[in-house]
Design a binder for this molecule. Structure first.
Ligand code: SF4
Length: 726
């Protein structure tokens, strides 16, 4: 059986959304080996942004009446857009870095409204950017100008990472999507269909799988399903992914199945395997797993398979082969360093653990399988996968796409990465757990960790407790500082509008954020408005959180986003703009000395927090080594030099701040020399601090305090000797 896995438009254009690679990797462990995958989103963008198609789009746009001045300007510069487009795409694909000089030339790229912000103060905005980043930013603005033309004159639903998102977002009824699906195809729809035809005719699949992670690719998926059902009725179509998992659990509109035959929920591996067995005649329809079908013109949910899901460690290694890996496009987002990481560069995606080990936060969909079922993989399995993916893709950047990567799995993975001498970069989403000590963060950094994201959310201890986040402001400050001190960028997810949040708490949370930036413990952040979802504890039990669900009535299509009233809380919408603007400035290190109430153009309370709250929290952070006797010892530093000097030995150690030089008795120095070699070469038999000190006493007859409180020990601790909790 031939299986075609498609990522419908549009998700990301800098890196493949990983679902098809995950499923392909899994299928490779089964009997079903004839698999094709394609990212229709990337292919759509490449099919639009080239000289030929841009010319056609300009022709079409020129016929439209009442175009804005901006689009009229773009049309007038048509020949420049046509001239530059292929160069720009090539540059954004990192294919020809030397083009940067040409692109930065003042007259090279045509400029429309997206360049206005630059023209105001180009040097300030560019700051100390290198020429490559400048060129990338100019190319991004150039692309966005063309995007504006497409939206105004060709297809109002276009975006670089979403397509017709507004139609699918919170669509309790399928009717608006259906209306749009039945409308005549626009030019972009026709390009998508031509791409689909090309693949279907060359691959001749029996089953097409469409992955739908976000509202922004729902319409693209249904458009593809519509075309297949109308033109290739022998091909079965199945849909799955994050959108069905969260939104379509109570699906009841049979019209949906004019566009697909099956919709599966939660992890895709087992439902897909069961579906293939059913299509192969080896399984009864009633034995499918978590799958919607249409029967007698009604929607039926089948969950008759009694065997469990595929264990995370048996789900195979993501297989990216077949995707156009060298043609992804990296645009540049200026303001937010983490969003830049997200949208810039191609990251191999890998999941460290299925689900979330915490699964308590009251705003989170913890009742759903993708959060609620926690299953980690071993460090050895993960490192094997990393090696396989590097061999497949030729790239060494990894994004661990966990809901919240467990610190202890990260610890073991870091040791395995170091043990295998893998030279990779990685970033992940974490919780600001106490476990992330200074030493653990240093270990993670040594293994290639370059950034973490984590939830500080409402930045208020009362509300953090109410949301069962399991962290306090103090803990977040300390842990964020540990990451930052280790050279790992920290991005905080921030939230406002949580149930009962008062105006005072909103102002105080902004003050916490301001102080975190001022202290250098945060480098990036983003405010999200609290949203009540049906599968979260707040949505399931609004009374407990003092909010009232006021809509919408449950529909027959997407049911997840709920509208609520918050009678005890402040007017949350009022604060949106001030929070956004202040954060933008904090990330640029601007106006960090402004009182936070100054960011709002209406009367607000003043913060009640002490001006040095975060500094005080950070200062409280250290613990003595004699409290860590059960911790294991890891030496990451360079081998010290041991220089005999009479009865003593001079110990010279390279540290980040130059060479540290201390003197100690030769017996102790010899002991250190021997032990450091051991911790370097044998990560599986690491000693605890207690064991090390006992060996020391046995071998030297000296009291353990002589080593533990020595200047040499202090120097070693400052230069790569880590104490890690196991
Ligand atoms: S918000 Fe994050 S940490 Fe909290 S339960 Fe959800 S996935 Fe876990």
């Amino acid at each position: 059986m031939k299986i075609a896995l498609f990522i419908p438009p549009l998700t990301q254009i800098n890196t493949p959304y990983p679902a098809t690679a995950y499923l392909k990797g899994f299928l490779k462990t089964t009997l079903y080996q004839d698999i094709f995958q394609a990212d229709l989103g990337l292919e759509l963008i490449l099919a639009i942004f080239n000289k030929k198609t841009i010319g056609q789009l300009f022709d079409e746009a020129a016929l439209k009446p009442n175009l804005s001045k901006n689009i009229t300007n773009i049309l007038q510069l048509r020949h420049r857009y046509e001239f530059c487009i292929d160069t720009v795409i090539q540059f954004l694909q990192n294919k020809n870095p030397t083009l940067a000089h040409k692109i930065c030339g003042s007259d090279y790229l045509p400029q429309a409204s997206r360049f206005n912000a630059l023209n105001d103060d180009i040097e300030w905005l560019f700051g100390s950017m290198g020429i490559h980043d400048r060129a990338k930013m100019l190319c991004t603005l150039f692309m966005e100008d063309i995007g504006d033309l497409i939206v105004e004159a060709i297809c109002p639903y276009f975006g670089f990472s979403r397509y017709a998102e507004d139609i699918a977002r919170s669509a309790t009824s399928f009717s608006p999507i259906l209306t749009q699906l039945e409308a005549p195809n626009n030019t972009l729809d026709n390009i998508l269909i031509a791409l689909l035809d090309k693949h279907i005719l060359s691959e001749q699949p029996d089953l097409v799988i469409l992955t739908i992670p976000f509202p922004g690719n729902v319409f693209g998926a249904f458009k593809a399903g519509q075309h297949i059902k109308n033109n290739y009725p022998h091909i079965k179509v199945s849909m799955g992914g994050g959108f069905p998992n969260t939104e379509l659990r109570s699906l009841a509109d049979a019209r949906v199945f004019d566009f697909t035959d099956f919709i599966s929920l939660d992890d895709g591996e087992k439902p897909l395997l069961n579906l293939l067995e059913f299509l192969d005649g080896k399984r009864d329809l009633s034995q499918l797993k978590r799958t919607f079908i249409r029967e007698n013109n009604t929607v039926k949910y089948i969950n008759g398979c009694t065997s469990p899901d595929i264990a995370h460690s048996n789900s195979g290694t993501p297989d990216y082969t077949g995707l156009l890996l060298d043609r992804y496009i990296s645009m540049l987002e200026m303001a937010n360093p983490m969003h830049r990481l997200w949208s810039d560069g191609r990251w191999n995606k890998l999941t460290v653990a299925h689900g979330c080990y915490w699964k308590k936060c009251s705003f989170c969909d913890i009742s759903l399988d993708y959060i609620g079922r926690y299953e980690p993989a071993s460090a050895v399995v993960l490192a094997d996968k990393i090696e396989t993916i590097i061999a497949q893709t030729g790239t060494t950047g990894f994004h661990f796409v966990d809901e919240a990567a467990p610190p202890l799995v990260l610890r073991d993975l870091a040791l395995e990465i170091l043990h295998r001498k893998l030279d990779i970069s990685w970033w992940a989403n974490i919780r600001f757990e106490k476990t992330f000590s200074n030493d653990l963060c240093t270990l993670l950094a040594a293994s290639g960790c370059i950034a973490v994201t984590g939830g500080l959310e409402v930045a208020s201890d009362r509300l953090l407790e109410m949301m069962e986040k399991g962290v306090s402001v103090q803990q977040v400050a300390q842990v964020a500082n540990h990451f930052t001190q280790s050279g790992i960028m920290v991005h905080a997810y921030l939230m406002y509008g949580f149930p009962t949040q008062t105006a005072q708490e909103t102002i105080d949370s902004l003050e916490v954020v301001r102080q975190l930036f001022e202290a250098g413990a945060l480098q990036s952040a983003f405010w999200h408005r609290f949203s009540m979802t049906a599968h979260s504890p707040v949505g399931l039990n609004p009374d407990k959180y003092h909010v009232i669900k006021i809509g919408p009535d449950e529909g027959t299509f997407a049911n997840n986003d709920l509208v609520h009233d918050d009678p005890k809380g402040g007017d949350h919408d009022l604060y949106a703009e001030g929070l956004r603007t202040s954060l933008y400035n904090f990330m640029m290190a601007n106006c960090l000395d402004w009182p936070v109430h100054d960011w709002f153009d209406f009367k607000t309370p003043k913060t009640k927090l002490p001006f040095n709250l975060i500094q005080k929290h950070i200062a409280e952070t250290t613990g003595n080594d004699n409290e860590k006797l059960k911790y294991k010892i890891i030496w990451l530093g360079n081998p010290p030099e041991f220089i005999p000097q009479g009865k003593n030995t001079k110990v010279e150690i390279e540290s980040g701040n130059g060479k540290l030089s201390t003197k100690m008795d030769t017996t102790s120095a010899q002991f250190i020399k021997k032990q450091l070699v051991k911790t370097l070469t044998s990560p599986k038999s690491l000693l605890t601090l207690n064991e090390l000190l006992e060996h020391y006493t046995q071998e030297t007859s000296f009291p353990k305090e002589l080593l533990l409180y020595s200047e040499t020990w202090k120097s070693l601790r400052a230069s790569g000797l880590l104490l890690i909790r196991f």
